[in-house]
Design a protein around this ligand. Sequence first.
Ligand SMILES: Cc1ncc(COP(=O)(O)O)c(C=O)c1O
Length: 415
Amino acid sequence: MAASPPADRFEPMLTREDCLALDAADPLAAKRDEFAMPEGVIYLDGNSLGIPPKAALARLKQCAEEEWAQGLIRSWNDAGWIDLPQTLGAKLARLMGVDADEVLAVDAVTLNLFKLAGALLGRNPGGIAAEQGEFPTDNHVMEGLSRFTGSAMHRVAPGTRPKDLPDGVTVFIKSGVHYRSAEISDFEGYEREAAERGLAIVWDLSHATGLVDLKLKAWGAKYAVGCGYKFLSGGPGAPAFLYCHRDEIGSLEHPIPGWLGHKRPFGFEDAYEPAASIVRWRTSTPPILGLAALDGAVSVYDDVDMADVEAKARKLGDVFIARTQSLGLDIACAGMGERRGGHVVIAHDDGYAIVQALIARGIIGDFREPNIMRFGFNPLYNGYAEVFDAAQALAEVIETRAWDTPEFTQRKAVT
Ligand SMILES: Cc1ncc(COP(=O)(O)O)c(C=O)c1O
């Protein structure tokens, strides 16, 4: 993993002209044209729902209008629908630093966590551990699995390393990039300690894939899940994915076996015989429209060096922090020049209303209870000058208390 840049890499008083110069020198700048950029908006929420790549929309249209409407049932064969979870998985594998036959685009993150952790507990019974403050679904589903299997569930303190986990833990769920702190985990160090303890880590890469220069194989990681709708820009509710190291597939039993994970799904046999390959992790009929959109979306990475993407994400966050730090805000994530994923988090008691006031100005970030403002930066389409402008607007909204009206303080259903 790349070392952290020095903390003084960006001048706190960076000007807009400096940012324009950074944009002009940016090797990823041309990528923005490959996205269907919305008019009049600075979009800083790609960490929740990415802007669609034009290729995703084109692929979706082709899939709906040609493959579905014209090809109909024939498209399972003729358009390669039946193999799409694997062929798309192979493309995602490159972004994760693993082999093409070790990733499947399938189901949702929560389900994939259940599948992998359930299979691992079946092979090596013991306790489950996840951090307090982990993305809630990770704890919810592990608690469900613990009730279901009778395994002990340990909610450990944030930052607990594998070597310090309670005795008896065999499965540890851990985010690759934390959804609040934006901390990029020490994948390699964790895997080394996990191997020494004989426990398995299932990485949740929801905030990492498409952003961090992942080298899972080299780091010793064997199991991971992640989602397609954040930095990968695969669309609302896009399918998730699952990585399982090739050498482990054969000894793991899928806890929700279904017909499409069968060795011969079209043999229609009563007895279940799991496929030997990554196909084993399938359960049900794949959602082809969603897979097609994600398939189109990931093509924007074909000519991209992930080291550039990770480095730019950190620089964009640095620009944002540098512009706002004179306000004395509570930066509740990795700070200037530190190893940080694709978002900056600011804790503020009036955070909800501030985010709404910014949205009314066309600057879209998000809010997380109880007091977290989150601003995400996708290096493929966000630029330095617009991030500077967004930080400037944030400063103005706070300094003028423009957020302090009922229009912005009343809560909506989805925050
Ligand atoms: C870290 C993390 N895990 C999981 C999820 C969601 O999982 P699912 O695909 O089951 O909705 C999210 C969604 O924001 C997330 O941030």
